[in-house]
Design a protein around this ligand. Structure first.
Ligand code: ADP
Ligand code: ASP
Ligand code: MG
Length: 425
């Protein structure tokens, strides 16, 4: 007998018919003798709909009230799944974020899970009841409802798995695993049998939304065994233990898989894209110590994450342009904050552009091999794709390009690194 946390994403929860299928998959796991807890997302599209309502109500919305609105999607699906399970004869109940509780810290709309009281959950699971937990939500130090940032139900699931000491956390979604790139963009993307925590963390952080970044970081830290698999399986489904999903593994496990011939080592493991960033250019910023700090301190204080930063070499008159990216969702707030400090920072104009995309290639192989970056630059330039900015880490290279060229760039790079299905030796 194992203790398993199962998480179902938005597409799996989209409508009562699909929820019934989810209920059957859950019941099958329980019938196989496992203790189960389930974490659910809102129905597909629901969170976007709720976010739009907030924007329409108030473009500079208060994140605490935003949380009240957007957390409701998961409340609906958790209740519906519990009802469906009951209708099929299972013992089940929902546990809202404040009922467990799921304690969170830091900013509203992007809160971080600090601790989950697991007593009620383990008691419920041990009694043969199926605990259904709405993902994405928690309770803040102020006693108010919080949400964990988009895609946060993955993190809820991993945190629940860590709290109850689960043997595995299964993330059921609308694809049957982690691929070399988004299979919706590249038909020749290949499914990976396994991917290391480190690579998955990097892929997620640069836009591979199949897992939320924090969920991978948490799983790595807490040693949670994480699996990505499809919920679109037949009613006579084989148990999850035998499903060919993707396991997220440690480097040692990966080395073992390579040694056994189960995986081949690639220079680049995956390619991701992110269209959710916006570019901000501040022109004619004084080229002197402290200028950059004046720009980024207020953004940090407002919990706005800045990603790529470029400061041009000073032009004449001791002035320079500073370019950086922020999440599109934070652009309006960032702009307002910078305008407020125009005098202090001393810039001339703010130019913004949301029509950009970041394309990243990720692979641990890069640590020990040169030439990965030049392959990228050559492949993009051969297709006339202009690079506006570049950033790198030990196992990743990212470029900023025009948003319209996203799909083309991903396809071209997938081919350039020999990742297309059918290319393998
Ligand atoms: P859920 O609602 O189940 O949380 P998401 O939409 O958040 O699902 O994540 C699943 C989606 O992630 C897939 O439909 C796919 O389009 C996208 N995706 C992006 N990159 C990858 C990748 N490397 N491997 C698999 N899926 C990916
Ligand atoms: N429903 C939330 C979102 O769409 C959380 C999640 O699905 O993981 O971002
Ligand atoms: Mg998701």
């Amino acid at each position: 007998m194992a203790r398993i946390v199962m998480k179902f994403g938005g597409t799996s929860m989209a409508g009562t018919e699909r929820i019934r299928r989810v209920a059957n998959i859950v019941r099958k796991q329980q019938a196989a003798g496992h203790e189960v807890a389930v974490v659910v997302s809102a129905m597909a599209g629901e969170t976007d709909r709720l976010v739009n309502f907030c924007r329409e109500a108030n473009a500079l919305y208060d994140p605490a009230e935003y949380d009240v609105v957007v957390a409701s999607g998961e409340q609906v699906t958790s209740g519906l799944l519990a009802l469906t399970l009951q209708s099929l004869g299972s013992k089940a109940r929902s546990w809202l974020g404040w009922q467990l509780p799921v304690h969170t810290v830091e900013a509203h709309a992007k809160a971080r899970i600090d601790a989950i009281d697991s007593d009620k959950l383990t008691a419920s699971m041990a009694a043969g009841e199926i605990a259904v937990i709405p993902g994405f939500q928690g309770i803040g130090a102020d006693g108010r409802i919080t949400t964990l940032g988009r895609g946060g139900s993955d993190t809820s699931a991993v945190a629940v798995a860590a709290a109850v000491g689960a043997d595995r956390c299964d993330i059921y979604t609308d694809v049957d695993g982690v691929y070399t790139t988004d299979p919706r963009i590249v038909a020749k993307a290949r499914k990976l049998k396994a991917v290391t925590y480190e690579e998955m963390l990097e892929l997620a952080s640069v836009g591979a939304k199949v897992l939320q970044t924090r969920s991978v970081g948490l799983a790595m830290k807490e040693g949670v065994r994480l699996q990505v698999l499809s919920s679109f399986i037949g009613d006579d489904a084989i148990p999850a233990d035998d499903l060919p999903g993707t396991m997220i593994v440690s480097e040692e496990e990966m080395n073992q898989l390579v040694e056994n011939g189960d995986m081949e080592r690639q220079l680049v493991t995956g390619i991701a894209h992110d269209k959710n960033e916006a570019k901000v250019i501040l022109t004619r910023v004084p080229d002197k110590p402290g200028a950059v700090a004046h720009i980024f301190e207020p953004l940090a204080a407002a919990s706005i994450n800045v990603d790529m930063i470029i400061q041009n070499v000073g032009r004449d008159k001791g002035e320079t342009d500073v370019t950086f990216t922020v999440p599109q969702a934070d652009l309006a707030r960032a702009q307002a904050l910078l305008e407020d400090r125009r005098g202090e920072i001393g810039f001339n104009r703010i130019i913004t552009d949301s029509k950009i995309a970041k394309i990243s290639v990720v692979g641990v192989g890069m640590k020990s091999h040169a030439g990965v970056a030049s392959t990228m630059f050559r492949a993009l330039s051969d297709r006339g794709i202009n690079i506006q900015a570049i950033s790198t880490s030990e196992i990743k290279i990212s470029v900023m390009i025009d948003e319209d060229e996203t799909e083309l760039a991903v396809r071209v790079l997938h081919t350039a690194y020999g990742l297309d299905a059918g290319d393998e030796a």
